[in-house]
Write a protein that binds this ligand. Sequence first.
Ligand SMILES: [Zn+2]
Ligand SMILES: [Zn+2]
Length: 344
Amino acid sequence: MTTNMTVPVFLGDGHIDFQERPVPRVTGPEDVLVAVEACGICGTDLNILAVPPAHKATPGIVIGHEGVGIVREVGTGVTTLQSGDRVVIAPRLTCGKCSYCRRGLDNQCTNYRTIGTTADGAFAPYLAAPERALFQISPDVALDDAVLFEPLSCVVGSVKRAPFAAGDTVAIIGGGPMGLLFALMYRTLGAGRIMVIDVARSRLHFAQELGVDLVANPAEDDVAGRLRELTGIGADIVVDAVGNQLGMAVPLARRGGHIILFGLRPLEQISVSQYAITRHDLTIHGSFVGLNPFVQTIQLLESRRIQPSVLVTHHVPLKKLMQGVALMRDRVGMKVVVDTQNFG
Ligand SMILES: [Zn+2]
Ligand SMILES: [Zn+2]
């Protein structure tokens, strides 16, 4: 095996520099060395690389957390994986010791690290990660399905929050990769009708191609009016995959309906009719990543009940990471995947 690799190092202020680094090694007993096959570009990566940044990452690290790879070497204490196994990454490394971890709320761990933001990530040919961050997945799952494991896991965790019955109407605000993963997930769960709302026509077109029942553009359409034409009363469940759309979500929900807040916009304040929430018996669920959704996510992918590869529009070699980021930022691409074994 080669001893060095050229990787994109995050320098802060939207900058990436390609540097030669040693291939990481298995040092601790729990370490696993993974040859990364591919890593998806996430909205989080776009936020990390924004100026000013909209998501924290430690300068000097390699970013990327939506990786798929093959185990090459395991530490002496590793019991669930062996060389040759294919794995996906659950990037948040929780402490297991804080008050939240001890309550089973490990998505609220107050002392966590994350592969790809505070620890070296998967936009690299090789990654060393602790065994607990890696989940085995069948080599029969298509690469572009497996690469969406981490974002899909967030959706699997999120849909658990709001009660759902087959036949329910779901309105999703945001037609990017996450919003469309919600659409695919709710279709798998048996939603009656699915509506996708976005201001970008290209995204609405993409959603229509996926077969959602109704799309609407708040810049052009009376969104609540169109939803009411479809359902009479509004949506049973409204998902905000954007992060600042509670004001739109409230009038879309039927009385007694549920709103899932999923998107993250840390700097934004919004205004909303508290009166309508109370008067219409709405329930609002804040939903941050997922609470141990990984096993179910693997099963959804291995059974092909969901094939999120329909969202992958582009592949780029590692050297073209920033071009891939631009494809997503400019909304030319829906989901862009970096082929990490191909430097380009
Ligand atoms: Zn992600
Ligand atoms: Zn913790």
